[in-house]
Structures are given as structure tokens and as C-alpha cells.
Design a protein around this ligand. Structure first.
Ligand SMILES: NC(=O)c1ccc[n+]([C@@H]2O[C@H](COP(=O)([O-])OP(=O)(O)OC[C@H]3O[C@@H](n4cnc5c(N)ncnc54)[C@H](OP(=O)(O)O)[C@@H]3O)[C@@H](O)[C@H]2O)c1
Length: 284
């Protein structure tokens, strides 16, 4: 039995589907099973992880998939400790490529929150694997409203580069680690990216091509971008960390890893492929 947190989210939903397809029993955690729309074959488990005692969540569990989006870092630390205390042998953590494993992590909110949970996982004594994701292709779903409204997308640094990664590839790497019985993934840190580094205007061109519209990227200054993100509810330290990433050395942010190919045997899905899979979100 594999416990999947964040099961109704982008990565969790893909992971649930892939685990079920490989015959693994799944316990999918959600705050609202009726709304989550998870496959009937997954056993759903209702919990607000930030508030509820994990209790029977770990009965019969062989592995735990941890997603910080399901309650935040302190919640995930508690969850990992509870899993270890319940005798769950393995944890796979969806972490971030922002983590450097150096003292610098303390100065970046995104790196810091993930490194705190990484440390808890290591300290738990469970067998562990980190899936450190680069920029999720799903982040561009945040552009959909502006694309619908005007075709002009406002954002920071037009020359920044990232290699957007498809949630199905993040899930495939996580599934391989969760189902591994050879020890190959024990203590492994997989830096998972898409197959090509792109600027935001290049990503926008790919979306525009898919929907048959000309889309424009409007570069904001850092203070303008910070104000726009915080107005949309992004906590300021997190917005600052995102802007640091978009202004960081392209040799770091644009890294293309071979983790998907190495772990799954298949090449990482392109951003074009991701847009094809999600094109309806961008149509008017
Ligand atoms: N975005 C990036 O570029 C990036 C890069 C690297 C790493 N990451 C990591 O990936 C995470 C995002 O993953 P994702 O896109 O798959 O997340 P997501 O789509 O936002 O899904 C998160 C799920 O967590 C569940 N959830 C939220 N609060 C909860 C709570 N209190 N208790 C139980 N469940 C709760 C929600 O399900 P219900 O509503 O059904 O409960 C939601 O569907 C980030 O938080 C970060 O740690 C992101």
C-alpha cells in the first residue's frame, strides 16, 4: 500500500494513475474525496494533514509520497515522523531543484522549506528518495487568465531560462522509486527537469502556436513582479525566492537533466507535449 499525499494535485493525480496502472494499491489523501475525482481503484483517505492526526493513514503502508503542497513544511515534517514511528519503511519526497544542500538554502524561502523536510526524511531512518523538481510546466497555467483576457502575459525577466517539466515525468520518477525493491533509489537525489531550457517568451510562443493566437510577454521590473505576485496571494518570501530564481545564473536555472531517461528509460516529455495535453486551459 502506497500512501500518496497531494493526490488530487498535478503530480499526485498522475502518480496515483501510474501506480494503479502498475498494479500497486494506493491510499490517496485528500481533504475532500467527493470533490477530488480520484479513480475508484484508489482508496481515498480524507484528511486535512495540517490539522488531523495521521492516525490510521499508515496502517499497512509500504511507502509514503510526500508533497509539501499538502499542508506545508511543518506538516510534512510531522507526517514523516509519524510514518517512521508507524514503521513505514520508505519515503519519496517531492522536493525542489532550488535546494543546494548548502548554507545558502537558509536565505531562500523555497529552498529552505524543502530542505527542512529533506532533513526530516533523512533523520527518520526510512529508506528515502528525493525527487527534486525543476520548474513545473503547470506553473504556466497561471498565465491562462491573461491569455484569455488579452493575450499579453506580464512576468519577470524575459531572458530567464528554465526547463519546464511535465507532471507525468515527475510522477514516473517518483513511481519508480516508490516501487523499487532493488535499493537502486535508496538515498538517491533525482534532479528532474524537462528536456529543453526555454525563456518565458519561448514558452508563450509554444502555447500561442497551439491555440492559433499571437501572445505577447510583457516584462515587469522586479518590484512590479513582486507586487503582482503578492497581490495574487503568493507570500512575499516565496515571491522573492521565485524572483531570485528568475534572475539566477542561467547555467544553473537552465540545467537539463537526464534523470527521466535514466530512471524510466523514456525521454522527458517536451513542453510542446505538455501544452498539447493541457491546451484546453488556454483556449478562450
Ligand atoms: N511549481 C514548481 O515549479 C515546483 C518546483 C519544484 C517543486 N515543487 C513542489 O511541488 C509542490 C506542488 O505540487 P503539485 O503541483 O502537485 O501540487 P498541487 O497541484 O497544488 O496539489 C496539492 C494538493 O495538496 C492537497 N492539499 C492542500 N492542502 C492540504 C492539506 N492541508 N491536507 C491534505 N491535503 C492538502 C490538495 O488536495 P485536496 O484539495 O484534494 O485536499 C491539492 O490537490 C510544491 O508545493 C513544491 O513543494 C513545485
Amino acid at each position: 500500500m502506497i500512501v500518496v499525499t497531494g493526490a488530487s494535485g498535478h503530480v499526485g493525480r498522475a502518480l496515483v494513475d501510474q501506480l494503479l496502472a502498475q498494479g500497486a494499491p494506493v491510499r490517496a489523501v485528500t481533504r475532500d474525496p467527493d470533490k477530488a475525482g480520484l479513480p475508484a481503484a484508489a482508496g481515498t483517505y480524507r484528511a486535512d494533514l495540517a490539522a488531523d492526526d495521521p492516525g490510521p493513514l499508515f496502517d499497512g503502508a509500504d511507502a509514503l509520497f510526500v508533497n509539501l503542497a499538502a499542508g506545508g513544511a511543518p506538516t510534512c515534517v510531522r507526517l514523516v515522523e509519524a510514518a517512521a514511528a508507524a514503521g513505514v519503511p520508505r519515503a519519496v519526497l517531492l522536493s525542489s531543484a532550488g535546494v543546494t544542500g548548502t548554507a545558502e538554502d537558509a536565505d531562500n524561502a523555497i529552498a529552505h522549506m524543502h530542505s527542512v523536510v529533506e532533513q526530516a526524511v533523512v533523520a527518520s531512518g526510512m529508506r528515502w528518495t528525493f525527487v527534486r523538481g525543476g520548474m513545473f510546466a503547470t506553473n504556466t497555467l497561471d498565465w491562462a487568465g491573461q491569455i484569455h483576457a488579452s493575450g499579453a502575459v506580464r512576468g519577470p525577466n524575459a531572458t530567464s531560462v528554465s526547463a519546464p517539466v511535465h507532471q507525468d515525468d515527475l510522477a514516473a520518477v517518483a513511481a519508480a522509486a516508490l516501487l523499487d525493491d532493488t535499493g537502486t533509489h535508496d538515498g538517491a537525489v533525482h534532479h528532474v527537469t524537462g528536456p529543453e531550457a526555454l525563456t518565458p517568451p519561448q514558452m508563450l510562443d509554444i502555447i500561442g502556436h497551439a491555440i492559433g493566437r499571437h501572445l505577447r510577454y510583457v516584462e515587469l521590473t522586479r518590484p512590479e513582479a513582486l507586487a503582482a505576485m503578492t497581490a495574487n496571494g503568493v507570500p512575499e518570501p516565496v515571491a522573492d525566492a521565485i524572483l531570485d530564481w528568475s534572475n539566477a545564473d542561467p547555467a544553473r536555472t537552465g540545467v537539463v537533466s537526464d534523470a527521466v531517461k535514466n530512471v524510466t528509460g523514456r525521454p522527458a516529455r517536451t513542453f510542446e507535449r505538455w501544452v498539447t495535453d493541457n491546451v484546453e486551459a488556454f483556449r478562450r
